[in-house]
Write a protein that binds this ligand. Structure first.
Ligand code: ATP
Length: 483
């Protein structure tokens, strides 16, 4: 992990936020290469879910054809949203403070965290440790809307993007030609005041989520739950995470949220995980009608018989009243009115990006131009995710090679292929620079180019080299990137 973190810093994938002031724990900035990588991950998700979705076809394994649309909601929403969703009352972690070292730890993680005192031990294991009893801590960041900083202006930064989708359910139904079953997708920032941010970007306080809320008929919801669980797991495999490091873990009944009748996590064996342990990339949850009903009727709780009922205050009124708006769905073909059930695949864009970074990292030995074996660090990104797709090199800075190479570079750029031009240093060094940032194809303009107008392409992973006519280069690179 240390090597990956250092490469991310050295090559401009990730920087600590506000680094020149000593950084801010739990906040990260994406550098010039990181921003491209993460954007490619988010774009691949969006294309798979929204723009590339064919709503006239039944995709493999799906019970029927369905619509998919997108939304982009605000980060700050009406405070009642979080009261009805349960986040205001329930979105807590238990924390333990140490009066000696002033460390703060999540109570349920204490057996895997390090105490800041030396030698390295778990919190509570030093004689000097003075741990408090676990205390509740709300993970939502609070802020104030408007000029008055009083409680009536209090609001929260969203801890998940999902609620923006639920509160717009009616708007989407009323304005789009969607029919249940259909899905609404959103990609955006979420904020959680994590007690112990750690493991690089894995647990941050500001992060991005890629969420789908899929609305379906209650009787079909178990089939849709299985469909989305399997499809989301397959997405990570398709984009290069190795099956031996990726698991789909179905939650035990006692692990489920109070409203859920099924949840599975896609988990990845990050380098920082202990042997046999995994970190969550995405949760796929069957949420029943909990969310739409909460925003209609008021915050729900389970009664003694296990039914969801509106929570009441001492006067018998809803403790957190809902909007009172009708969020039911009327099926004009079956003439049935019902509250749709929801399947929610909720992924972290930063955790996915980190998993793709970890999977891409390889070290090997390759001969340099003199045949001497050299250590090589190579990021074997899926071509779709690679921040730079192609690099163009004139072999030497003379004999018309730079001019020819610039034309090649401009053709690739004009075709929308992220390309760099590099004429500095020996060719071997230029290859190594590109290998380290995961550029799939390096193109060299050499002496033969000037005679027959062909260029050399070098493949990052196989190191195979072959010649193609410069006029066919864009087609060749595009086809390979797609393949
Ligand atoms: P964890 O148990 O790891 O705290 P969670 O179960 O609370 O995660 P969800 O509420 O299901 O997470 O959020 C959905 C997804 O959002 C997670 O699978 C993860 O990818 C991402 N996510 C959640 N919290 C963070 C965080 N602090 N930093 C980065 N990504 C996060």
């Amino acid at each position: 992990m240390d090597k990956i973190v250092s490469l991310c810093k050295r090559r401009g994938f990730l920087f600590q936020s506000s680094e020149i002031y000593g950084g801010l724990n739990g906040f990260w900035d994406y550098g010039p290469l990181g921003v491209e990588l993460k954007r490619n991950v988010k774009d691949a998700w969006w294309r798979d879910m929204v723009t590339g979705h064919d709503e006239t076809l039944v995709p493999n394994g799906a019970p029927q054809a369905f619509n998919m649309v997108g939304l982009d909601c605000t980060i700050i929403m009406h405070p009642q949203v979080w009261k009805c969703s349960g986040h205001y009352d329930l979105f807590h972690d238990f924390m333990v403070d140490c009066r000696e070292c002033k460390g703060r730890f999540r109570a349920d993680h204490i057996k895997s965290l390090d105490c800041p005192l030396k030698p390295s031990k778990r919190p509570g294991e030093h004689d000097k440790c003075q741990l408090t009893d676990p205390r509740e801590f709300n993970l939502m960041f609070k802020t104030f809307v408007g000029a008055l900083a009083g409680e009536e202006g209090a609001a929260f930064l969203r801890p998940e993007t999902a609620q923006g989708i639920f509160v717009n359910f009616k708007n989407v139904c009323d304005t789009q030609r969607v029919r249940v079953p259909f899905g609404i997708c959103q990609v955006g920032k979420s904020f959680r005041n994590e007690i112990t941010p750690r493991n690089f970007t894995f647990r941050s306080r500001e992060f991005e989520q890629m969420e789908l809320e899929f609305f379906c008929h209650p009787s079909e919801s178990p089939a849709w739950y299985k469909y989305w669980r399997d499809r989301r797991y397959a997405w990570y495999l398709k984009h290069g995470l190795k099956s031996e490091k990726l698991i789909l873990r179905e939650h035990d009944k006692d692990e489920l949220s109070h409203y859920s009748c099924g949840t599975a996590d896609v988990e990845y064996a990050f380098p920082f995980c202990e042997a046999g342990e995994y970190g969550e990339l995405e949760g796929i949850a069957h949420r029943g009608d909990f969310d739409l009903r909460s925003h209609m009727e008021g915050k729900l709780v389970k009664d003694e018989a296990g039914n969801l009922v509106v929570e009441k205050n001492a006067e018998g009124k809803p403790r957190h009243p809902g909007s009172g708006k009708d969020l039911t769905y009327f099926d004009d073909q079956t003439r049935e009115r019902f509250v749709p059930h929801v399947i929610e695949p909720s992924a972290g864009a930063d955790r996915a990006t980190l998993a793709f970074l970890c999977e891409a990292y390889h070290e090997d030995k390759q001969p340099d131009e003199n045949g001497t074996m050299q250590e090589r660090t190579v990021m074997k990104f899926h071509p779709k995710f690679a921040p730079v797709k192609a690099a163009v090199f004139p072999l030497v800075k003379k004999n018309g090679m730079p001019e020819f190479a610039l034309d090649v570079y401009r053709d690739l750029k004009a075709a929308g292929i992220a390309t760099v031009f590099d004429q500095q240093a020996a060719i071997g060094k230029r290859y190594r620079r590109q290998d380290e940032i995961g550029t799939p194809y390096c193109i060299t303009v050499d002496g033969q180019t000037l005679e027959d107008k062909t260029v050399t392409i070098r493949d990052r992973d196989s190191l195979e080299q072959w010649r193609v006519p410069a006029a066919k280069l864009v087609e060749e690179v595009s086809t390979r990137l797609k393949g």
